[in-house]
Write a protein that binds this ligand. Structure first.
Ligand SMILES: C[S@@+](CC[C@H](N)C(=O)[O-])C[C@H]1O[C@@H](n2cnc3c(N)ncnc32)[C@H](O)[C@@H]1O
Length: 279
């Protein structure tokens, strides 16, 4: 499965190509600070007015939540799958003592933006931060290259969770650990995908895929990863996200229907951690 130099890269699904290419989702004011995630709002006062600083803090906190689940990190090599604009990988390198952080993304335009946004850090810490093009389902790295793997709000775009899980198991060294956080359907009820497509344009358009938690955990276990732990963090994500949007987006619009889907019990935000066994 290792991608040889010059091998044909994994095709980018059209909706992903558009959202992170010409549409440049990350430039929308609902995101900020070089991040593109809904945020982890625990500890941010949702009763007072929210500032752009609060919004950036929420997205940093999402990364800190995931990186905390991967501790210890000092001196280790990390891979981020779906690194977007690279702000999370840069923060991970600066704050978590990694020897090396590699941000991988399927979209070449995202990588151009990431390299531009982090040019100072790239030259200040030569060889410590890299950005590489590759797909979650076919990672361009050797076996056992990484001690830690993280993925923040990207797995909803992956087309093949079995392939992602196999690649995660392959690129992690024995004893290595992964943490994946994103939004998933909590159960295996087959009616969920249709309802999500009614509520949320990004599911209707195929940008987001209605992956279920049982599907993800099954893929990880079949790939030989162990210690699968699933934590719902929706209570720390959706009310804050919706509160942030309420000043600029009307109820019943795309981004605000995420809270509705959460309240209907058909979508939640989860953090899933796993290990590659040593034996
Ligand atoms: C919502 S953004 C999240 C970016 C970043 N993790 C953050 O929180 O700021 C999702 C990113 O995943 C990337 N992506 C989508 N499908 C992917 C795949 N199959 N493999 C790797 N990256 C993918 C997109 O190009 C995009 O940059």
């Amino acid at each position: 499965m290792t991608q040889c130099p010059g091998a044909t890269p994994q095709p980018i699904p059209p909706a992903v190509q558009e959202a992170y290419g010409p549409a440049d989702l990350g430039s929308m004011p609902m995101f900020a600070g070089g991040f593109i995630n809904f945020g982890y709002w625990q500890g941010i006062d949702l009763d007072g007015p929210l500032t752009e600083g609060d919004r950036i803090s929420s997205q940093l906190a999402m990364y800190r939540h995931v990186l905390g689940a991967l501790a210890p990190t000092e001196g280790l090599c990390a891979l981020e799958v779906g690194c977007g604009l690279g702000a999370g990988g840069a923060m991970a390198l600066e704050e978590y003592g990694f020897a090396r952080v590699t941000g991988m993304d399927i979209h070449p335009q995202q990588l151009e933006r990431a390299r531009r946004a982090n040019s100072g850090l790239l030259s200040r810490r030569p060889g410590r931060l890299h950005f590489a093009q590759g797909a979650a389902e076919d990672m361009p790295f050797g076996d056992g290259e990484f001690d830690r793997l993280l993925s923040v709000e990207a797995a909803q775009h992956f087309r093949d969770l079995d392939a992602f899980a196999r690649e995660t198991a392959r690129v992690l060294r024995p004893g290595g650990r992964a943490a994946v956080t994103s939004f998933f359907v909590p159960d295996a009820d087959p009616s969920r995908a249709g309802r999500l497509a009614e509520l949320l344009d990004t599911f209707a358009s195929g940008l987001d895929v209605a992956h279920t938690v049982p599907l993800l955990t099954g893929s990880l276990e079949r790939a030989g990863l162990t210690g699968v732990r699933v934590t719902s963090i929706g209570a720390s994500v959706w009310p804050g996200w919706d509160r942030w949007l309420s000043g600029t987006w009307k109820p019943d619009t795309w981004p605000r229907n995420f809270l509705r889907a959460y309240r209907e019990g058909i979508l939640d935000y989860f953090t899933v951690t796993v290990e590659r066994p040593t034996g």
